[in-house]
Design a protein around this ligand. Structure first.
Ligand code: AMP
Length: 181
């Protein structure tokens, strides 16, 4: 978990290589659905373009199906999911049904102004239609309103690990691996 721009995707890529597990980014999955113009992609588009969350029910159905696939059996890293308390509760149910177990919930944190600047820079090269200043600010707000309460949720389950998200990419990867040992 972590606010937009904190480096979740970059770190997830490094960690998936380190642990040799798959990386499931709900943002990436949704963007793929969008470009393939599937029904899910078409329904998700207006929320994504506005920097709003796609409805919980869509995410839970999508992830319930995804986590049943064979490539999840050796473990996986979830990136950008869950993002609301309802999604976290839904995920807990799905994991119980599948006999899976969460090892940790990693929260990357960093100064908000720094993040907005990073995202504006990323927007110049990413081609992501939601990396514009207004949408970035909206996505930050959504993070603090809807997703930050998950920190408490995972703290209570004793799964939360907070990691400083400022530093070089390898430094941060090393910090995460350290808290997961
Ligand atoms: P991301 O790549 O994680 O920044 O996600 C990009 C956009 O996809 C978000 O702004 C949301 O519109 C949507 N999205 C990704 N993951 C979720 C989620 N777990 N719940 C709701 N919407 C999501």
């Amino acid at each position: 978990m972590g606010p937009p721009g904190v480096g979740k995707g970059t770190q997830a890529t490094n960690l998936k290589d380190h642990y040799d597990i798959i990386h499931l980014s709900t943002g990436d999955i949704l963007r793929a659905e969008l470009s393939a113009e599937t029904e899910l992609g078409i329904r998700a588009k207006k929320y994504m373009d506005a920097g709003e969350l796609v409805p919980d029910a869509l995410l839970l159905t999508m992830m319930e199906q995804r986590l049943q696939q064979d490539d999840c059996e050796r473990g996986y890293l979830l990136d950008g999911f869950p993002r609301t308390i309802l999604q976290a509760e839904g995920l807990t149910k799905i994991l119980t049904e599948l006999g899976h177990q969460l090892d940790a919930a990693v929260s990357l944190y960093a100064n908000e102004d720094e993040l907005i600047n990073r995202l504006i820079l990323r927007g110049k090269t990413s081609g992501r239609s939601d990396d514009t200043e207004d949408v970035i600010k909206q996505r930050q707000k959504v993070y603090w309103d809807a997703t930050a309460p998950l920190l408490d949720y995972y703290q209570k389950l004793n799964l939360l690990q907070k990691v400083d998200g400022l530093g070089t990419i390898p430094e941060i990867t090393e910090r995460i691996i350290e808290v997961l040992r």
